[in-house]
Design a protein around this ligand. Structure first.
Ligand code: MN
Length: 185
């Protein structure tokens, strides 16, 4: 089992136990099926970035919780790639429980698209395109962001990321968990 997958598996199991949630309850809270959650816990499945976001939101933990673990020495952050490698996410900083933000470097393959379920209530996301172009869909509105451009939006609604070009897309995503309790990670 890959390192990240192994960490993901034990992080999810520990989180579910700490909350005292059955698989059934965890499935209800996250919108991810019981079967899928069980497979992740057993290390039998690598979820997509979108699925991992649903789990993080349902458990009210930052996205980086599943990648970083609880204590991350600087410079030792691991990335997460979904199985088809169309999207990868790497935290650039460990989650900061006082400032309550994640800083993620995201890569989307040529022509790839990823739909994100709403993040937790009050969540604000800021994206900055580093390479290529980003088509960002929030609600019914699509916005095309060129390299070097930034955009801020309320991320507690469904949103989509699309790479319209034949070249890789890289952007940074700054996620502000404004309504999270101060210290949980
Ligand atoms: Mn998002």
């Amino acid at each position: 089992m890959a390192d990240v997958q192994q960490h993901l598996s034990s992080a999810l199991r520990q989180l579910r136990q700490a909350n005292g949630w059955s698989l059934t309850l965890a499935a209800e809270r996250t919108g991810v099926s019981k079967a899928m959650l069980g497979q992740i816990e057993r290390g039998e499945s690598s979820p997509t970035v979108a699925t991992l976001w649903k789990i993080a939101t349902g458990f009210n933990v930052p996205f980086s919780f599943f990648i970083n673990g609880r204590v991350v020495p600087a410079g030792d952050v691991a990335g997460f790639s979904q199985p088809n490698a169309e999207m990868s996410v790497q935290p650039l900083l460990p989650y900061d429980p006082q400032l309550r933000f994640d800083l993620l470097a995201v890569e989307l393959a040529a022509g790839a698209q990823s739909h994100s379920s709403p993040h937790e209530a009050g969540c604000i996301e800021q994206v900055v395109v580093i390479e290529g172009e980003l088509l960002l869909g929030v609600g019914d509105l699509w916005r095309r962001l060129q390299c070097g451009e930034a955009f801020q939006f309320s991320a507690d609604v469904a949103h989509s990321y699309r790479n319209p070009l034949n070249t890789p897309l890289r952007f940074h995503s700054l996620i502000h968990y404004l309504h999270r309790p101060g210290v949980t990670n």
